[in-house]
Each structure stands twice: as C-alpha cells, then as structure tokens.
Design a protein around this ligand. Structure first.
Ligand code: FAD
Length: 313
C-alpha cells in the first residue's frame, strides 16, 4: 500500500476543516502518516489519530511553524525520505505551494498545485490561466506532490481518538534569516474563515459601499462575507476578503454573488463553488453564465427579502 504523507502546518487546538479534508483524501489513497510543523497538544494529536494515522513526524530541533519556507521544506523533504511516502499532500496557500516546489526540487519530483479532483491513477484536475482551462495532469517522476484546494474534497467523519506514535526526525533547519512573529489575517467578525466557509455572500461594485445587507444574509446563513476586487480596491471591505485571481480561492457549498459582474479574474477564485446564486440588475451580466440560479434585480431589495425569509425558518 502507498504511504501518503500529509503536511499539517499550524497545529491549533483542534483540526481545521481543511486539515480534515487532507487527511480524508489521504485515506482514500493509501496509509496516511503526518508531518507536523507546529506544536500540538494531546487533543490535536488524538484528532490526527482518529483519521487512522499511526505515525506523526516532527523535527527533532523543535517546531518549525514560525520559520519561513526553507526550514519547512528541509523538514518535509526528510519526512518524505524517512516515511518512504509515494504521495505528499499539502494545503493550497501561497506558502504551501512554495514549500511543495522546494520539496519537489530536492526530491526531483513533480508537483501539481490547485488540485480540485483526483482519479484512482492519480490524474489530477486543476484550473489554469485564471480558470480559462480545466487541465488533467499526472506526476510521472518521483513522489506525487499535490497541493489541494480547500472545500473540494469531503472531510469524512473521524473515528475514535487515538494517539499516534511520534517520530523525531533529525533535520538541519537552515538558520532563520526571518521568522514569523505574528499572523494578522484572522477573522475579526466571528464569521467563518473564507476558505473554510460553507456559505459565502460576496459583493462587488454594485454594493456601492454598503455591505450591511450582505452581512445580514451571511449571518442568517452562518456564512462569510467576500468581495470582488472592485469592492476591496474601493476600501469598502478589507483586502483579505477579496476573492479571485489575486485574492482567495474558495469552494463553498453555496456562493451568493451580489452586484458582481463575473469577470474572469473573479471567476478564477469561485467557479468551483458547488452552487452559485447571482444577483445582478443587468440581465446581460456575464455572471449569469456561471450561475446555477440567477436573480435579475436590485441587491438592496433581494438580499433583505432573502434574509427575512431565512430568519423565519
Ligand atoms: P463591475 O464589473 O463594475 O460590476 C458591478 C456589477 O454590479 C455590474 O454587473 C452591475 O450590473 C451590478 N450592479 C450594480 N448595482 C447593482 C445593484 N444595486 N443590484 C444588483 N446588481 C448591481 N477581480 C476580482 O474580483 N478578484 C480578483 O482577484 C481580481 N484580480 C485581478 C487581477 C488582474 C491582473 C486584473 C487585471 C484584474 C483583476 N480583477 C479581479 C478585476 C476584474 O477584472 C474586475 O474588474 C472586477 O472583478 C470587477 O468587479 P465587480 O464585478 O465588482 O465590478
């Protein structure tokens, strides 16, 4: 059976949804082992073990979660060698993609980023050129290294918590010329993280500076609020809310697009959403070409009505 190494970067109090998705995907491909960059308490490790993981690799020099990519790539390369993994799975952030590339060079292996589907023979599906093309590709050299988009693979129910065996890997971490001292891209609203949200209500230039009706609907649905670049550039909402080619990539179960025209750069970040509902007052807006449901109307009328109906239930 192939060994699948899953890289988990920021050990929190419990497994994040994206981490559970990676572990679940790994379980469909082979025997899963984990390389852990950060400090983790026993509850977190038990959570990892509940996905059938029996071994967790850690650097013997201590956590590497606060060093930049070079240290993590050095650790991960050793973890692949020690575990004999044939497949390496990582998340899809810019940082993870860079780590994947560095590990790929070190191991003379192929890397595929932005994976949204995977066949039994490890043929991966991904979008390219800002979503203009859907590509099928497969790694043909060395370890199959994949960075996987969040919300595209199902996170299966975990089994009973169980403590995996910890294996310390002797690894020389290059001296840190820079170190992460804090992370500020955290939700401040109490709403879910965009990348993890099951529901996203996103607004564009049509919102005209007033995200209130979008926030109300997002709260009624337990969702997050996102935006087009036109809205973030206008300063109506923070840049971390931007979805698209130069923003975040999301794949929620439900994406409600309000006052967004659906430019190709916006599509690149949201077109893998399971259900897309578009609200736009222009019947010819390109957003309706990718929408599963379209409402031609003024968002300031449609959104409050939707929120009111949902709150009644
Ligand atoms: P517009 O295109 O102006 O559309 C506004 C829409 O709102 C219109 O369709 C209008 O009919 C509708 N509307 C107006 N009032 C209402 C109302 N009251 N009710 C209902 N509908 C209404 N864009 C991104 O989103 N994300 C990116 O990451 C991104 N990256 C880019 C990278 C590059 C290199 C470049 C060149 C561009 C990028 N863009 C990105 C910008 C992109 O090309 C578009 O300009 C942008 O997405 C347009 O935003 P919008 O749809 O909100 O605005």
């Amino acid at each position: 059976m192939t060994t699948v190494l899953v890289f988990l970067d920021h050990a929190g109090a419990s497994l994040a949804k994206s981490e559970r998705e990676l572990l679940s995907l790994g379980g469909t491909l082979g025997d899963v082992v984990v390389a852990l960059a950060g400090d983790a308490d026993q509850a977190y490790l038990d959570g990892v073990g509940s996905y059938g993981v029996e071994e967790v690799y850690r650097p013997d020099s201590g956590a590497v979660s606060d060093v930049l990519v070079a240290g993590k790539a050095a650790f991960l390369t050793e973890a692949v060698r020690v575990s004999g993994a044939g497949i390496l799975l990582l998340g899809n952030s810019h940082e993870m993609k860079e780590i994947a590339a560095r590990v790929g060079v070190r191991l003379e292996s192929g890397v595929i980023t932005d994976v949204v589907a995977l066949d039994g023979d490890l043929t991966a599906t991904k979008a390219d050129f800002a979503g203009s093309y859907t590509v099928s590709c497969r790694v043909t050299t060395g370890v199959t290294i994949l960075t996987v988009k969040p919300n595209t693979f199902e996170a299966v129910e975990a089994g009973l918590p169980s403590a995996p065996r910890e294996v310390q890997i002797p690894v020389e971490i290059p001296p840190a010329v820079a170190r992460i001292t804090g992370r500020t891209d955290k939700p401040v609203s109490g709403r879910p993280e965009l990348a993890e949200a099951r529901v996203i209500v996103a607004g564009g230039r049509g919102v005209d500076g007033n995200f209130g009706p979008l926030e109300d609907l997002a709260d009624a649905l337990g969702g997050a609020v996102g935006a087009s670049r036109a809205a973030t550039d206008a300063g109506w909402i923070e840049h971390s809310a931007q979805i698209g080619q130069t923003g975040k990539t999301v794949s929620p179960q439900l994406y409600i697009s309000a006052g967004i025209s659906g430019a190709i750069q916006q599509k690149a970040g949201m077109q893998t959403s399971k259900v897309i509902v578009a609200i736009n007052k222009d019947a010819d807006s390109p957003v309706f070409e990718i929408a599963d449901f379209g409402i031609i109307g003024d968002l300031f009328t449609v959104l409050p009505q939707a929120t009111e109906e949902i709150r009644k239930r």
